[in-house]
Every structure is written in C-alpha cells, then in structure tokens.
Design a protein around this ligand. Structure first.
Ligand SMILES: *[C@@H]1O[C@H](CO)[C@@H](O)[C@H](O)[C@H]1NC(C)=O
Ligand SMILES: *[C@@H]1O[C@H](CO)[C@@H](O)[C@H](O)[C@H]1NC(C)=O
Ligand SMILES: *[C@@H]1O[C@H](CO)[C@@H](O)[C@H](O)[C@H]1NC(C)=O
Ligand SMILES: *[C@@H]1O[C@H](CO)[C@@H](O)[C@H](O)[C@H]1NC(C)=O
Ligand SMILES: *[C@@H]1O[C@H](CO)[C@@H](O)[C@H](O)[C@H]1NC(C)=O
Ligand SMILES: *[C@@H]1O[C@H](CO)[C@@H](O)[C@H](O)[C@H]1NC(C)=O
Ligand SMILES: *[C@@H]1O[C@H](CO)[C@@H](O)[C@H](O)[C@H]1NC(C)=O
Ligand SMILES: *[C@@H]1O[C@H](CO)[C@@H](O)[C@H](O)[C@H]1NC(C)=O
Ligand SMILES: *[C@@H]1O[C@H](CO)[C@@H](O)[C@H](O)[C@H]1NC(C)=O
Length: 890
C-alpha cells in the first residue's frame, strides 16, 4: 500500500513540474541536435520540450556519442548531449531559427557542444560558430567530456537568425544543442553606436554554493553558476523576493542568496582579465536586501570599475530586486569591480545577489547586399536547388555559398561576382533575377537542361567577363549588346552554335538585306511624314477640344526636373489637396504659363519607394499617347519626390461615377471613355517596345479632362516586360482588390492579359454603374453581381438605371460580351486589348447609328471617331465574341 502511494506521489510531482515549465516556454525554440527524426520529448531534468533538427536544417548527419561518455556511464549527462549533428560536407552549415517576435526582436540563443568521441577518432575538433555573418565563438574542447556552452543576446536583423558552423580545417564541426529564448526588448540594451551582440562571459548566482541552477521560474531560462569567494559570506532568505519591478527578472532562487564581505569593513571585489585591450563589456548587478534592517541601520554602497565610480549611493530594498548596469561599455583587458559602503557610520556591509558579465561581439562584416540576396534566393527557389544554400550567401568571408564567389570591400556590403551552376540539373528558363546581380563577372550555367530565350536583361550585367551557356536547349540568340562585348574582347562568351549566328554569315546577311530594306523604308518614312503633316493640319482646324491636346504636346516635349522649391511654389505651398493614395497626396498646382497641373508628392513613409518613383518617372518619359496622362516633369530633391502631371479637370472616373446624380453619363459617353482608356492600354501593350503592363488598371486610375476625354494614369506599378521574347514575368502580386486578375494572383505570372481582366471590370462598372466591390450589397464583387443576373437571363437588370433605357440594346449587349471576354478566368481565353478596342468601336458605331435622335451628340462622336480610325485598321465588327466567351460566360 505504502509503496503504491509513494509511486503515485512521484508521478504527480513530476507531472506538475513539467507543466509549470511548459507554461512559460512561449516562444522557446529548443533543438536537441542529432536526435532521431521527429523525436520530440520533454527533458525530465529541466521540463523543457526538445525537438529534433528536421525543420531547422537540411544538412549534416546524426550521431550518438560513444557509450563511454553516455548514460549510464555518465549518469549526470543532460539528455540533449547524448547525440549530436555533425557536418562532414560543406565548409558552412547553418540552422535557420525563426524567432516569434520576428524582425527587430531581442533573443537569447544558446549553443551547446560535447564531443563524446562520437566518431571514434578520439580527436578533438576545432571550428567556428557564427551568428549570421558575425563570429560568435571559436569552439575548442579540453577533453571529450568537456561541455562547451555559449550564449549570445542579439537583435534579429531579419525574420530569421542563421546559426552557422564553419569548418576551419581542424576537424568536422558538430553541435549538440541549440536553444532560442525570446527576451523583452527593453533589457540588455547596448550603446546604440555599437552594432553587435552580447556574448555571455559570466553569469553568477553569488552567495549560492550548491551547484548550478536552471530554474523553472526564470522566464528567460538563463543558467546561473553558483559562486562565492573565500572572503565572502553567504546570506540566504527563504522569503520570496519581489522581482516584478525589474525587467531583468532574475529568478527568485537566485535573488534569495547573496554575498557580503566577511570582514565588515571590506568591500566586495571581483575582476577579470582578457588578452584584448579593446574588449568591451557590460555588467548587470542584481541587488536585494535579504533582511529588514534595524531602525538606525542602512545598507548603502557605491559601485566602481577600475576605481571609476559607476553607481553611487545604491540602497537595495528589502525583498525587492533591482538591477544596475553600465550604459557605456567598459573597455580594457583588466577589469575590477568593487562594491563599497558609501559612508561608514551605521552602514551595514554591501551585498551582491547576482551578476552577469557580457562581452560585446561587434559586427565585423556586412551582410550581402540585399538585392543580391533576393536574386540568389530566387535562383535557389526557381531551380529548386538541392544545395546547401542557407544563411548569408557571401558571409562570413571565405564561407560563401557553394558555387558562389563574392567581392569583399569593407566600405560596401559584399556582392556576388561569380556563379557556377554548371551540371546542376537546372531546368526551365534562365532566371531573370540573375540580371539583378549587378556585380556579376562570371556566370557558368553550362550542361543543364535550360530552355527558352537568353534574357535580354543579361545585357545589364556590365561587369560580366565570362558567360558560359553551352550544353543547354536554349532557343534564340545571344542579345546583341553581349555579342558586341564579346567581339570587342570584353566578354568571354561560350554558347552553343544555334544560339549565335556565326560572325561571318551575320555580317554578310546585314549587308545583303540593308539595301533592299532601305529603299522601301525611306519611302515609308516619307509617306509617314506626309501623313503626320496632314493630320496635324487637320487637327489644327478642329475646335477647342483638339487645341487643348496641342498644348498637351508642348508640355510633353518639355519634360523637366523641378526643384523642391519650384514644386512648393507651383502648388502654393501644397495648399489644395485633390487626391490621396498609398503613395502620398496629390495637390493642385499652376505652372508659370498658367497651366494647371496635378502634383503627386510622395510621402516620406510612402509605400511607393524610390524604386517605384524611378520606375514611374522613367516610364512617363518613355510613353506619349493622347490617352495616357501627360507628364510635365518631376522633382527629386533632398529625398522628396514629386511627379507633375497635366491636370485633369474632371478627376477620376471612379469618383465621377460615384457622384451619379450630379454627373449623369449617357451610354455614348461611357463608350467613349471606355474606348479612350482601351486605346491607352492598347498602346502600352502593343505600341511600346518592350510592352508595358500597367498592373493597376481601375476606374480610379482613369482620369477625365474637361471634355471627358479619358486618360490612363498612375504608372507607379507598371512593369516593362524584360524583352520581346518574354511573354510573362514572375512578380510580387500588386494591384487593387476587385480589379486583380485571379490567375495572376495565384500564379504571379504577369502578362498583359491581367490588364485586360482589370479593364473588363472597369467596363462592367461603366455598364452597371456599380463599383468593382459593391459595398451596400455585402461587399460582393461586380462579377458576382452581374453573374447572378446573367445566369437568370435577366441581362437588362444589370444595366445602370441612370441611362433610363436610352441606348441601343445591341450595343450594350455587345459591351457586356466584351467585358465577359475580358474577365475569363484563364488568361489564354481572354481577348487582347486590340480586339477589345475593335469591339468597343463597333459598339459605338451601333449606338451612333440608332435613329438620329440626337443629331448634335452624334456629330460630336463621329468627329472623334475620325481620330480613332487613324491608327487602327478599319475592319470594325470583324470579331466574333460568341467564340471568345467560354461556357461559363452565359
Ligand atoms: C542513437 O541512439 C538512439 C537510441 O539508442 C537510436 O535510436 C538512434 O538510432 C541512434 N542514432 C544513431 C545516428 O546511431
Ligand atoms: C575534462 O575537462 C573538464 C573541464 O576542464 C574537467 O572538469 C574534467 O575533469 C575533464 N575530464 C577528464 C576526463 O579529463
Ligand atoms: C546547500 O545545501 C546544503 C545541504 O544540502 C543546505 O544545508 C544549504 O542550505 C544549501 N545552501 C543553499 C544556499 O541553498
Ligand atoms: C578587517 O579589515 C581591516 C582593514 O583591512 C583590518 O584592519 C581588520 O583587522 C580586519 N578585521 C578582521 C576581523 O579580519
Ligand atoms: C542601533 O539600535 C539598536 C536598538 O534598536 C541598539 O541596540 C544599537 O546599539 C544601535 N546601534 C548603533 C550602532 O547605534
Ligand atoms: C559614494 O558616492 C557618493 C555619491 O556619488 C559620494 O558622495 C560618496 O563620497 C561616495 N562614497 C565613497 C566612500 O566613495
Ligand atoms: C580567407 O582565406 C584566406 C586564404 O585562404 C586567408 O588568408 C584569410 O585569412 C581568410 N579570411 C578569413 C576572414 O578567414
Ligand atoms: C571599396 O569601395 C570603395 C567605394 O565604392 C572604392 O572606392 C574602393 O576602391 C573599394 N576598394 C576595393 C579594394 O575594391
Ligand atoms: C564550374 O564548375 C565546373 C565543375 O563543377 C568546372 O569544370 C568549371 O570550370 C567551372 N566554371 C568556372 C567558370 O570556373
């Protein structure tokens, strides 16, 4: 009976203990390195839940320490040390730890090593441990049972930490245990001028003499070493110490013991020496009075470092913990701390309950340039590379990823200069991201199964000295600029014959074609010139509307850069805001010539960063079309960026349509707006080389002039396709909810059909008078709204009531068909902008030719039809939308 009861109690106690620790393990990462796959357990000694390495690293092999050093021969061996993970392959292997607090969070990371003759070689290895690119510790052992434990306190610079083991040629690196503990960000602060981490030097539970302590009530799971000097006395209380007022949260058990000098007149002194005279330290001193002093007694002391006073008149409170620490690092190779009564009468001797000493590990190297990191990470995922490409690609120095070489220059982050992925089983196309490695000198992709074109963007790699693409199934030719560089000896080009027209035949070909081509080309130019002159004269004769366009043209040719002062001046110090977006605010401005402009001022916190700004400014300089918002100039002054556009008096289509009662729009006007917008897009897709995808087509980005001419605006998100052969590109999904192409959203494969989809939504808005996402109908999408009626066959119910049935029904039905053809789920089923335009024009023609009820209005539109026909083939109505619409369309 008694025996059973005893056993029962034991179980209850053990269970309770584990539970207590489990409760405070939030955010803990505890890895028992080398334990069998998926082997998770709770360590009965500490109550900590350990997991195996699987989800933190892909490299290395699991090993057990030799029996001689294992349990039961070594009965006190902590369970995590019985096995380890060793890394015979590769010069750098990294664990990736993802702290709960993410980027900028403060964490304590602890690594533990015990050799235990796991390889039977009885030879102690030496290797380096890195946190990111910074050396953390050179790991060395005294003997096979020596346990090396090291802790570092560091702020996460990214979402993850890389803990890396580097082979220095002195044996195979291994690791036994790896733990991460989240810390409160307000503690263990170091001088903001120092970039680095704190490596634990000593953590002492002073006054305690009974071994080391790892306490379940230490929320940060620190390991405290018992320490008492022979000249110190131990003080101890069994009463609880209040640690709530102190962020450092030293556990109760640690604070309950303290040291005091044996000889009451002495001070408490301790010190340490290191070889490096530039070593920097931070100390954390923990104090609490462990008894209540008499009425006429005080405990007050001064703390000094090397005779320099750090803290004066420290008076610990009874049973209440407080922590003192230096704000500036203590620099030197000899350090002496002394804690001394601040006055002598009625002053009891000083006390010290615990102390932590940390050494600053300054960042010695910079991490790889983030653009290069993104590019190589992209290459890794694109080709699903089964390589040990983990941690920083270039750092630490001499430990770059396999097949990658970097340049190191202390004043700049390292960059990738060499990539050798020869015979690496690569399939698919050449990753476009390679072109982002701006310092690349050598690119060897030979003997893989690459297909597709040779990206034109490789031409951007101005330092490229060697390009080897042999042994692939690439189609298309080497971009001309690269060929030219190779011919002038700047680039060593190795490609398969089919990817290059050999130099002699190319030369000959050029000469041969030149003459026959030149003659027709010249006569074509003459004709074109005549046409332009004719067209311009014709336009000049036209009314007011056309002359405003003329003015737009003069502005275009005067694209210019403004100073910030000029921008402030033209907007009268940003007086009138006329719009607001994620990028900042749009202000009304007036140029010196009296012309009104819209000034888009990018806010400092703008989500549209410098790159998008540059993108937009460059695109705007490149494109000119009557249906694209004309660009007056830009300003990039003191990091303040502004874009200056032609002012469009009627704002954007979305808000124009929203004020429905004020601005009734006839079907004909709506069609005209749709045609204008379609022409702008058609030009971007098919008139620009390379083509431009707008990426954010929506009614809010269609601007209306005084005469309701529509222009497409906001190219901040636009992407040029890298070259003519490429038909789609992989990108981050950008766009506006309601207009975003579902296929693009899923696949991130961007092509111009994504704009077609968005345009289809705009067209539906014009037809139905409803916004893309209908707020007052439970936020349903306009496609759902239209779909419900179309399925019931009640087509006319979706038509905007505001038009009061005053339209040609065939024209409207055809427009619905077009919008359906634009918004097909698969991009391949969607029509092109050219087809859309042809269709819409035929809609307009139908609407125009219905009974000449409104002669004046009809005239106006026929007028502009003239302009429309200019740049397009006249085969209106040649398209059959019945074929285009898929089965789901009806
Ligand atoms: C280590 O020992 C454990 C328990 O005996 C065993 O399950 C595991 O397979 C061993 N691991 C290796 C790598 O030998
Ligand atoms: C191994 O080294 C540790 C640390 O110096 C020491 O405490 C221990 O006694 C040594 N063990 C053996 C077996 O030499
Ligand atoms: C250390 O252990 C001894 C005996 O096990 C005990 O009497 C003493 O109180 C302990 N000291 C502290 C500070 O816990
Ligand atoms: C305590 O220290 C003082 C000064 O160092 C010394 O004069 C005195 O003899 C010491 N007392 C004892 C009891 O050791
Ligand atoms: C402090 O006060 C106590 C009585 O509370 C007295 O016995 C003692 O002598 C006093 N000590 C000093 C140093 O004055
Ligand atoms: C302790 O520090 C205080 C305040 O800085 C100072 O006034 C006092 O003289 C110091 N006492 C000793 C013994 O150094
Ligand atoms: C890198 O390697 C070179 C040559 O092997 C060596 O001289 C240099 O000290 C190494 N640098 C580092 C930081 O280890
Ligand atoms: C390091 O970069 C700086 C600035 O870009 C440059 O002036 C210097 O020459 C570079 N040093 C080396 C060794 O490349
Ligand atoms: C790339 O590596 C292969 C062997 O893996 C080697 O034959 C080739 O010379 C290397 N290329 C360059 C440019 O060093």
């Amino acid at each position: 009976m008694v025996f059973i009861l005893h056993l029962f109690l034991l179980c209850v106690t053990a269970g309770w203990f584990i539970q207590v620790h489990a409760q405070i393990q939030t955010g803990y990462i505890s890895i028992d390195c080398g334990s069998p796959e998926n082997f998770n357990y709770v360590d009965l000694d500490t109550g900590i839940s350990y997991t195996s390495d699987g989800s933190f690293i892909n490299t290395g092999v699991n090993k057990n320490i030799s029996l001689e050093y294992a349990y039961p021969n070594n009965p006190n061996l902590p369970q995590p040390l019985s096995d380890l993970r060793s890394f015979p392959q590769g010069n750098k292997n990294c664990y990736t730890l993802r702290p709960n607090g993410g980027k900028k969070s403060l964490n304590l990371i602890r690594a533990t090593f015990m050799y235990g003759n796991y390889d039977g070689a009885n030879k102690l290895p030496e290797f380096d441990l890195y946190l990111g690119v910074d050396l953390w510790l050179s790991v060395k052992f005294k003997n096979s049972s020596d346990v090396v434990t090291t802790e570092i306190i560091s702020v996460a610079l990214e979402d993850t930490f890389s803990v890396c083991l580097a082979n220095v040629g002195l044996g195979i690196p291994f690791i036994s245990g790896l733990e991460l503990r989240p810390l409160d960000g307000s503690i263990y602060k170091i001088d903001p001028g120092i970039s680095g981490s704190l490596v634990l030097f000593q953590r002492l539970d002073t006054g305690y003499t009974n071994g080391s302590g790892r306490y379940s009530d230490d929320v940060y799971d620190r390991i405290w070493t018992a320490y008492n000097s022979p000249s110190w006395d131990s003080l101890h209380t069994s009463l609880d110490i209040d640690i709530s007022g102190d962020g450092y949260r030293a556990p109760n058990e640690v604070m309950q013991t303290g040291s005091t000098p044996k000889n009451g007149t002495d001070s408490l002194e301790f010190g340490w020496n290191v070889p490096d005279p530039k070593a920097q330290f931070y100390i954390y001193l923990y104090f609490a009075n462990l008894d209540v002093l008499g009425m006429n007694q005080t405990r007050e002391f001064n703390v000094s470092w090397n005779e320099i006073q750090l803290f004066g008149n420290v008076r610990p409170r009874a049973y209440y913990a407080s922590t003192f620490f230096n704000l500036k690092p203590l620099v030197g190779n000899e350090h002496k701390i002394s804690i001394k009564k601040s006055f002598s009468v009625n002053n009891v001797p000083p006390i010290l309950n615990a102390v932590e000493i940390y050494r600053v590990q300054e960042s010695s190297e910079q991490a790889t340039l983030s653009r290069d990191v993104d590019a190589v990470e992209n290459i890794k995922t694109t080709y699903n590379l089964n390589r040990n490409w983990v941690g920083d690609p270039c750092g630490p120095k001499n430990y770059s990823w396999e097949g990658i070489i970097c340049n190191y220059n202390n004043s700049n982050p390292p960059q990738v200069i060499f990539i050798n992925l020869s015979s690496s089983g690569l399939t698919g196309q050449i990753a476009a991201s390679i072109a982002n490695l701006s310092s690349l000198e050598t690119l060897d992709l030979s003997n893989n199964s690459l297909i597709g074109p040779i990206p034109y963007s490789l031409e951007k790699l101005s330092f490229l000295k060697l390009l080897d693409l042999r042994g692939n199934q690439l189609s298309g030719y080497v971009p001309k600029p690269l060929l030219e560089r190779s011919q002038s000896g700047l680039l060593k080009l190795s490609v398969d014959g089919r990817n290059i027209c050999d130099s002699t035949s190319c030369q000959n070909n050029k000469k041969k074609i030149l003459v026959p081509i030149l003659a027709p080309l010249l006569s074509f130019l003459v004709v074109l010139l005549l046409l332009i002159i004719f067209w311009r004269t014709k336009r000049k004769q036209k009314g007011r509307k056309e002359s405003s366009n003329e003015e737009g043209r003069t502005i275009e040719s005067n694209n210019k850069q403004f100073t910030y002062a000029e921008v402030a001046n033209m907007t009268n110090n940003f007086q009138t805001a006329i719009g607001k977006g994620g990028f900042g605010t749009v202000y009304l401005g007036t140029l010196k010539n009296g012309k009104q402009v819209a000034v888009k001022l990018l806010s400092a916190s703008s989500s549209q960063g410098y790159n998008e700004f540059q993108n937009e400014a460059e695109l705007l300089m490149r494109v000119h079309h009557r249906n694209l918002a004309s660009f007056v100039g830009y300003s990039h002054d003191n990091n303040r960026m502004a874009l200056v556009y032609e002012y469009m008096a009627n704002g954007n289509l979305k808000s124009y349509m929203a004020d429905r009662s004020i601005h009734p729009l006839s079907w004909e006007m709506r069609l005209k707006i749709a045609i204008d917008a379609a022409q702008g897009l058609e030009y971007l897709h098919h008139g620009c080389r390379p083509a431009i995808i707008h990426r954010d087509v929506k009614s809010a980005n269609i601007l209306l002039s005084e005469n309701l001419d529509a222009k497409i605006a906001d190219f901040g998100l636009s992407k040029g396709l890298p070259d003519d052969q490429t038909t789609h590109i992989l990108t981050d999904v950008i766009g506006t909810a309601g207009y975003l192409d579902p296929e693009y959203r899923k696949s991130r494969n961007l092509n111009e059909k994504s704009d077609v989809y968005s345009f289809g939504i705009v067209l539906l808005e014009l037809i139905t008078g409803q916004p893309a996402i209908i707020k007052n109908m439970d936020h349903i999408h306009i496609m759902q709204y239209v779909g419900t009626y179309l399925r019931k066959g009640e087509i006319t119910s979706v038509i905007d009531e505001q038009m009061r049935g005053d339209f040609n029904l065939d024209s409207l039905l055809k427009a619905i068909e077009i919008s359906v053809a634009c918004t097909q789920p698969m991009s391949t089923q969607r029509v092109t902008m050219t087809e859309v335009l042809t269709g819409l024009k035929s809609c307009l023609e139908m609407e125009m030719t219905r009974g000449l009820r409104n002669q004046a209005r009809a005239n106006h539109v026929v007028h502009s039809m003239d302009g429309l026909r200019m740049d397009h083939s006249p085969d209106i109505c040649s398209m059959d939308f019945e074929l285009m619409t898929g089965p789901s369309g009806r």
